[in-house]
Ligand binder design. Structure first.
Ligand SMILES: Nc1ncnc2c1ncn2[C@@H]1O[C@H](COP(=O)(O)OP(=O)(O)OP(=O)(O)O)[C@@H](O)[C@H]1O
Ligand SMILES: [Mg+2]
Length: 265
């Protein structure tokens, strides 16, 4: 039998606050193949970050669980690296040291000092940040900080890369540029990626599959759309591509016709 690489198995999540309890996620199941790029899209507050945090092992599921290569994961580990919406670099360390810290933690025993240095630089170069290795986070732009966050995650050689709206805080041009970098890295390294996004175009451009979540509480997987576009994908060529337009329309219809955003009371 062909087992899935990553299995999200009947995950439900209830948050308790005092005597109040809210079911945020209900019975979420999803199988993800090795090397797949999957996006999760849904309205604000439906539980996307909660789901990503459960996969990362940062939040426990109330029911169900996560299996990575047939093993249950319920605590954080370098096999699942997270990039958050707002970069989480340590401000007092240089760009280089922010990445090096993660490299030392994961490869401290396996790699020599020289190898760890080379690996740190290699990953900074992957995101075109090698030139700024000695700068501090406050001295580089928002897009550059996000690049360093991605380099740090990649440097851990995670089995699964978890991205929580990694480009959310960036302007459109920087965002497009970083999307291209992520596509290129995915093509070169073949990482398994789960990315949360609010952006329909971003989801279609980057994903093999788009998981659309219904509104919370008790959010579920509403629909899963396969994006049958060949890679490499070029954003300019896709503008007039019928498959692209159709995929985009399916997601928009899901979000704005069938599951309109309703502000919680
Ligand atoms: N630690 C917590 N305790 C209680 N409730 C929580 C906790 N974390 C999240 N929630 C609630 O769970 C729901 C889902 O939150 P979550 O952050 O997962 O949504 P989201 O889909 O990522 O939203 P956004 O798109 O705005 O980032 C929200 O109603 C939120 O208030
Ligand atoms: Mg979120």
């Amino acid at each position: 039998m062909n087992r899935p690489y990553l299995k999200i198995d009947q995950v439900s999540k209830v948050f308790n606050r005092g005597s109040m309890s809210t079911e945020v996620l209900k019975d979420i199941s999803l199988d993800i193949e090795r090397g797949e790029f999957v996006s999760i899209i849904g309205h604000s507050g439906c539980g996307k970050s909660t789901l990503l945090n459960i996969i990362a092992g940062l939040t426990p599921a109330t029911i169900g669980g996560i299996l990575l290569e047939d093993r249950e994961v319920n605590s954080p580990g370098p096999d699942r690296a997270v990039v958050f919406q707002n970069h989480s670099l340590l401000p007092w360390l240089t760009v280089y040291d922010n990445v090096r810290l993660a490299v030392d933690k994961v490869f401290g025993r396996q790699k020599s000092r020289a190898e760890r240095h080379a690996w740190t630089m290699h990953n900074l170069d992957l995101v075109q940040m090698g030139h700024a290795a000695d700068k501090r986070p406050s001295e580089v732009s928002g897009g550059m900080k996000q690049r360093v966050g991605i380099a740090r995650a990649l440097a851990m050689e995670p089995k699964v890369l978890l991205l929580d709206e990694p480009f959310g805080a960036l302007d459109a041009l920087t965002r497009a540029h970083l999307q291209d970098s992520v596509m290129q890295i995915h093509a070169t390294l073949g990482n398994t990626v789960i990315m949360i996004t609010h952006d329909v175009d971003e989801a279609v451009l980057l994903s093999d599959r788009i998981v659309m979540m219904t509104n919370g509480p008790s959010a579920r997987v509403g629909e899963v759309l396969t994006v049958p576009l060949a890679r490499p994908r070029k954003r300019l060529e896709l503008v007039t591509n019928a498959t692209y337009t159709k995929s985009r329309e399916s997601v928009l219809k899901f979000l704005y016709e069938r599951h309109q955003f309703v502000e919680a009371a």
